[in-house]
Design a protein around this ligand. Structure first.
Ligand SMILES: [Zn+2]
Length: 120
């Protein structure tokens, strides 16, 4: 992959990572503030269900943060943009749509077919 394209993705991924980490910090502060206002049971129940929902989103964020870190490592190792399964180059258009992609579209589709076939 050409160097300027690599730098483009490195900046993109770094920025995404910073944004995600900032969001996570803000959420924790938000929870602490809200707990102080939780004076009755209805409030607490509402907060609990909201918290469960937020946790699911945060889980997804965590996975994304993990993927972004992996991709940044790949950039450092010089393996970014190379399919982890078949070793072919992942197209730049695919990476632009999904910068954390670690598989080419063919392998990704194959994997998805296998996942569906095994009942997930
Ligand atoms: Zn592949």
């Amino acid at each position: 992959m050409r160097n300027e394209i690599l730098i483009y993705f490195k900046n993109l991924l770094t920025r995404q990572l910073e944004e995600l980490e900032m969001q996570a910090d803000n959420q924790v502060v938000d929870w602490i503030n809200r707990d102080e206002r939780a004076t009755d049971l209805i409030d607490i129940a509402a907060i609990e269900s909201e918290r469960a929902y937020t946790l699911r989103i945060r889980e997804r964020e965590h996975r994304l943060i993990h993927k972004i870190r992996q991709s940044l490592e790949d950039i450092q190792k010089g393996t970014y943009g190379i399919c982890k399964l078949c070793g072919e180059d992942i197209s730049v258009s695919r990476l632009k749509a999904r910068p954390v992609a670690r598989h080419c579209i063919e392998c990704k589709q194959k994997m998805e077919r296998l996942e569906r076939a095994s009942g997930f």
